[in-house]
Design a protein around this ligand. Sequence first.
Ligand code: BES
Ligand code: MN
Ligand code: ZN
Length: 483
Amino acid sequence: MELHLLRTPSVDTECDLLAVGVSAGKPVLLPQVLLDRMGLGLAELLTAEKFEGKAEATLQLPTLGKLAAPYLLLVGLGDAAPDQIRGAAGAVGMAARKRGARKVVLDLSAIDGAEVPSLAVQGFAAGNYQFDRHKAEASRKPACVDLLLGAGAEIYKAGSRDQVVAEAQGLVRDLVNEPANVLYPETFAAFAASLATDTMTVEVWDDARIEAEGMGGLHAVGRGSARKPRFVHMRYRPAGGAITSVALVGKGVTYDSGGMSLKPSDGQQTMRCDMAGAATVVGAMVAVDRLGLPIEVHGIFGAAENMNAADSYKLGDVLTMYDGTTVEVNNTDAEGRLVLADCLVYASKLGVSHCLDLATLTGACVVALGSRYTGLFTEDDQLAADLLCAAEGAGDGLWRLPMADHFRKTLEVEWADTNHMGGRWGGASIAAAFLSRFVKGPRWAHLDIAGPAFMDKPERYYGKGGTGAMLRTLVSWLESLEG
Ligand code: BES
Ligand code: MN
Ligand code: ZN
């Protein structure tokens, strides 16, 4: 997608869709030239349609030859709060997608602020996204978007940073949406390997190596599938030397049937999304590498398919994890924490200052927070504050949930060092408690993205499917480490 930043009057620009942002709270004021060209009818129409410029509200009108664009889209900016601007641009992106518009002009000259271009790019890209790789007729994607900025807005630093981030988010969504018969551990790892550059190396362990190294969790989860597991370590080293080093760890379960503790059909339908944590890590690595951040970043994930088959791991099995901890299997559908635990041990050994993990880990987190919030688990108050701040700025919902010793107590068991599931209540916190015993050294936070990683129905600027939730937050947080 090409992005142009313009200051010329939008009404005369040849395009397929002319979108104009309109603020709420005052009578809808459109550029006079627009009203003149469209005639009085426009103002009357707005009143009749009760279009008041509320955030993300849209009104689309054919221009019947009166403007250079065949369609005029009015989009509400609300009070022009950052997330409202992002949302409005998202609504334009969605409308452009539905129209198959190839060239879009988005006129945001009604508002000012240095952040406007950045928010517009983020929102537009999110709303415009479509996964149509497997359809006979691919939809038309916009080749070109012109952003018109208010006089006070700083001309956007090449539009580059946010376009890189938007593309990385699109990549996460592609990976999540890719069906499990196409994206399975081997192909997922091969894709990660294909991302290697001068500054990024990618190491892949196959199943034999995973077993030989003693990653008993990842090995057990992947054992029931003909598609054998992989362990992936991406490592970005900035050309100019690093100021600190960080590990990002993801759950890469390319399909979660539940294993012997089989999920009902409904629960399985979208479980190709269970590698969203790993996809987000991959997306973040691509963004970090392209942005050339001065931080060493490790991207680590275990990829496995959790199947119900002759060789599946079973309830009551005792697994030996990468650090030697023994775990009694309690429910083979709690597979994510086993995959993550081995990866967290690996990350701990790298001597990084911070470790974040992302996982579609528990239904309990979705019950608690719904589909727009990621659950944040950490005992590190400063890290929590930094992540919450990054999420606020990036427009990702993030909410802190408790970690406490009593959750860990529910994991005590007779025949192994730990059980891998506790009682029925507080399931998301119990999962976090399980993970915590495998992190030794780095400052750590666990992000349960089970809710926002994948939409069962369209919400805001996200259509059905993968969202790339938390990708923008991760990049912002990593950037904040620079200072
Ligand atoms: N992948 C699921 C969690 C999930 C649920 C992700 C819904 C996205 C949407 C995870 O592996 C799982 O099955 N968790 C179990 C844990 C339980 C057995 C302790 C769950 O949440 O039911
Ligand atoms: Mn599961
Ligand atoms: Zn799972």
